[in-house]
Write a new protein. Structure first.
Length: 323
């Protein structure tokens, strides 16, 4: 399908969402005319349509406490350069393949060490607290980063409703693992289902966002529709996508990345320029879509720039040991 993809916008532009949208509408029209003329099969045409499916708006109030001076990463990069190994390991795979993900009906189960275990239908869950737009830095362990306008509400809003018991210490997140919808599940690259975890105080931190959308729209499947976690002071892999279960536990959750390569992916995974990955430095990062293909590297900030907010969570801890 790559040959059918229309190169939408040169990466040399930082494109505001509405400008992008206007062009995309134009190109979608142009694309369908071209398809009709070339007599492509219906399934091919459908597939192309799915890749450019019209976005569903999601209203949210921008929260000025989480605005950034940095330019948001262009929509096409946020939604076209992804890690979502359930759909393949190439950065372009999720955008090409994740349209097979069925996001309705969808339920999120919250269980374990809680006073009131609850299962939410996604359309009810999204209404339990006011949706906010928050612009966060997003840093992958691989050394690239983005700036993303997410939409969601603090995970604490949900945890408050189920009421963790006194012995709850950790929160475990489980992503969907359905081979029928997710072609990458057949591969052994990771331990499925994708699992991640946080300490309870990290999960309750106001920065930790239960996320339903980005750029004023519901999450595209490749970004973890219909609901994911975003933990902006940690490497991106802590932010589990397309989650179906949240469990409160008293034992440190075993995470997929920790099981696959424990020496490389610790439980904490805090963004820390002073602690190298065993195979590379974490001192700098490359901002995706920042003008040129080889954007100059910039310095990575302690806790991804959120040190003032989260530093005290780790007071007295040896961050080389708890990496
Ligand atoms: N279920 C699931 N969640 C996942 C991943 C994944 O492969 N599967 N990749 C992680 C990694 S490594 C990163 S960097 C972020 C990427 O999120 P984005 O594609 O929205 O930028 O998702 C994280 N969440
Ligand atoms: Mo990542």
């Amino acid at each position: 399908m790559r040959s059918l993809r229309i190169p939408l916008i040169p990466s040399s532009e930082i494109t505001p969402r509405h400008v992008f949208e206007a062009r995309r509408g134009f190109l979608r029209q142009a694309g369908s005319v071209a398809l009709a003329a070339s007599g492509l099969t219906a399934s091919l045409a459908q597939r192309t349509q799915a890749e450019t499916a019209p976005a569903v708006k999601l209203a949210a109030k921008p929260n000025p406490a989480y605005a950034l001076a940095e330019q948001p990463t262009p929509y096409k990069d946020v939604t076209g350069y992804n890690n979502f190994y359930e759909f393949g390991t190439d950065k372009r795979d999720p955008a090409e393949r994740a349209h097979t993900l069925k996001t309705r009906p969808w339920t999120l189960q919250v269980d374990g060490l809680v006073k009131t275990p609850m299962t939410f239908a996604i359309d009810d869950l999204i209404k339990i607290a006011p949706l906010e737009e928050r612009v966060y830095r997003h840093r992958c362990v691989e050394g690239w980063s983005m700036v993303v306008p997410w939409i969601g509400f603090p995970l604490a809003e949900l945890l408050q409703r189920v009421g963790p018991t006194g012995d709850a210490k950790y929160v475990e997140f489980t992503s969907l693992a359905d081979q029928k919808q997710m072609p990458g599940i057949g591969s052994g690259v990771l331990d499925w289902p994708y699992r991640e975890g946080l300490r309870l105080d990290e999960a309750n931190h106001p920065l930790t966002l239960l996320t339903f959308g980005l750029y004023g729209e519901v999450l595209p499947p490749q970004n973890g529709a219909p609901v994911r976690i975003v933990v902006p002071w940690k490497y991106g892999f802590k932010s589990a996508k397309s989650i179906v279960k949240i469990s409160l536990t008293n034992r440190l959750p075993l995470t997929s990345w920790n099981r696959t390569a424990p020496e490389e992916y610790g439980f904490y995974s805090n963004v820390n320029p002073n602690v190298d990955h065993p195979r590379w430095s974490q001192a700098t990062e490359r901002r995706i879509g920042a003008g040129t293909l080889f954007a100059p590297k910039q310095k990575t900030l302690m806790f991804n720039g959120y040190e003032a907010q989260v530093g005290q969570l780790y007071a007295g801890m040896d961050l080389r040991k708890f990496f």
